[in-house]
Design a protein around this ligand. Sequence first.
Ligand code: HEC
Ligand code: HEC
Ligand code: HEC
Length: 432
Amino acid sequence: MFKRLLIGAIVLMVLGFGGFLAFAWRPEIAASQPPAPSSFDPALVARGEILAGAGYCSECHTPKGGRPYSGSRPMVTDFGTIYATNITPDPETGIGKWSEEAFRRALWTGVRRDGAHLLPAFPFDHLTKLSTEDVAALYAYFMTREPVHSVTPENTIPFPLNIRLFQAGWKLLFFTPGRFEPRADKSAEWNRGAYLAEGISHCGACHTPRNLLGAEKASATYGGAFIDNWVAPPLDKSNPSPVPWSRDELYTYLRTGISRYHGSASGPMAPVVHAGLNVVSDADVRAIATYFADVDESAPRAAEEKAAIDHALAADKRGVGPDNDPAAKLYTAACASCHYNGGEINVLRPDLALNSAVNLEDPTNLIRIILFGIDAKEGAPDIVMPAFAHGFSDEDVAQIAAYLRATRTDHPPWQGLVEKVAAIRAQGKTEE
Ligand code: HEC
Ligand code: HEC
Ligand code: HEC
């Protein structure tokens, strides 16, 4: 009896494994000759160029200081280092032998031309929403780039996670392939914005928290997350900005990199604005703003705006002038020469009471900005937030952060600030 049970169990396991193999296996798509660049319609190529910008393909696929899209750029993840591949049309080391069908399958389902599963570090979970026409435009763009011969290094994901077949299990659990489906109860502009945000521009890849297996939590879309040593704030109504992000402010922020009622795009958000959305049309940036102004429910919360601004204008007066509090003195000497509002909100000197960095539950962004500054390439053009890492001790930075938290917000104080500053100083400025 026991033997029979055992045999039964083994048979089931073999069947199960066989079933998994059958389920996980993908065929190779035959190699094709690289199409002649002249065979593509220039209008399609131009459209592909905009989509490549909107999808920040170069942020991952162009190595620092290297040739466009030639790959080998490392992404350090909790599971090991993953290298973005060479997506130039080089036939040997790039995607020169990929037919449009193979390229489409990669974007829509995360499968390589040879049938191997791709890792979700490649945002196919968003690119799956792209229309056939947009994929064709991207294909035309990449097939007309200069081919670069460059071999991508092996990923350093440990065994058994490096077995690509197992990715099929991950996909089964967390991946919903399929094109974007417009919502009939929303405007055409909203749907356009949602298509861009959820698909090509994959805003959720940074702004949605992930589970232990690295998949975005479907129950917490845009709920805010840690990414590359920064906090990507929530983009839903739990966003901590005192002034709700309206459509106009979202548009201005995404278009110019700075919003008068919020501040500037720095850290990993800087390339989104300046090396991504900058090639996207005004109408499309407005559509993205329309979508997120609905996601964060800013219109019904518009009344919060005036109170928040009045509060900021009043709080500012406290930081300036004679004061015996050492933290206030430090703030006045180091920061208030630039961050004063003088009775009105000025876009070129972000009001710290209104800034998310001061209002977030986690002080990381504020500490990063004080230590490493925001250089001219990031943030708004031509203005600079100086870096204080050299002049200030960990205690100084912690004191200023605690002071701003206490005087600019109604939130509870941050804990363990000095240790946090030391840890972030040790990480260094991680982005370019
Ligand atoms: C967040 C980083 C990131 C972004 C953004 C990104 N990719 Fe990738 N991509 C990767 C990584 C990492 C891989 C390799 C994954 C692996 O090894 O399984 C990859 C793989 C690919 C592949 C498979 C190529 C091959 O040789 O296996 C294609 C095609 C591709 N990306 C195209 C694009 C396009 C087009 C865009 C822009 C719309 C884009 N990627 C944006 C990180 C990224
Ligand atoms: C590569 C990761 C990444 C991607 C992709 C990304 N963001 Fe961000 N975003 C961040 C980080 C990190 C911050 C915080 C930086 C700062 O405050 O300067 C941020 C900040 C923001 C803010 C300001 C929030 C606040 O309260 O201050 C908005 C709005 C925003 N992002 C919208 C978007 C939209 C819309 C998209 C897609 C078009 C997007 N982000 C894509 C990482 C990302
Ligand atoms: C020389 C002028 C100057 C000084 C001094 C200065 N800042 Fe700034 N700060 C700026 C400018 C300009 C920006 C907007 C940067 C940009 O967009 O490039 C900024 C941005 C910021 C931001 C946030 C932005 C965001 O929107 O994400 C914070 C937080 C901040 N500063 C805090 C401080 C603190 C704290 C001090 C003192 C330790 C300080 N600053 C000193 C000029 C200054």
